[in-house]
Design a protein around this ligand. Sequence first.
Ligand code: ADP
Length: 239
Amino acid sequence: MIVLDNLHKVYDGETVLNGLSLEVPEQLTLSILGKSGSGKSTLLKIMAGLESADSGSFSVHGEDMLSLVPQKRGVVYLSQEPLLFPHLSVFENLAYGLKIRKQDKAAIQKDVEVMADKLGLSEHLMKGPHQLSGGQKQRVSFGRALIINPNILLLDEPFGSLDTQTRAEMQSLFNSIRKEFSITALFVTHDLKEALLMGDRVAMMQDGNLQVFSSVEAFINDPGSGAADEIKFWKQFNL
Ligand code: ADP
């Protein structure tokens, strides 16, 4: 279980997280919806150790995470822009986390090949990142994260810069992979449809707090979720 308790964060007098508390059971993906500037990235960055909280706690299986350096947390943060090493091949990018963990060469070779196969990257292993499409880069970024078996994946609008078709492909790929790898994830998006597609549960970020809905139905029926407006919008076309 991931537990966040009473997190506070203030930037230059602006309260961004205001006593935020949350519990996420393992192997579930929680979608977090919220307007731009509502503090979604700040929350994920605090969990990943890229920002610090002013107060509050974050634990995984009862172990305090905030006192650990980022590398020890088992938490991976992925953003819209896949951060790949530009001078390394796809193979080397995928292998990186295993190499620094000093795994032996044969095991690395096997793990990278298996991951590349799952992500449809087998034919691209010798290419450099500049030779890949946006979707392929995002796959490598995913593979690099998954290969080290993290406890939590933090996805910050990961498909935001992809075209509609590639985005749909990545959504379905992620949905199958997260089940196969039993991933626990927080998936930040400002797109209501994507939040519904990607999350086992949906939460909304508002006024520095998260409102977690008990079910997708509860979310759709909540007047503040915007779901009713979206449904009304599509109904006018009588498709
Ligand atoms: P979201 O991800 O929901 O768009 P952010 O977490 O990026 O929101 O930002 C929340 C608020 O915190 C915004 O008003 C933003 O300007 C502010 N903020 C984020 N990072 C910093 C920072 N490093 N320094 C000062 N203010 C920041």
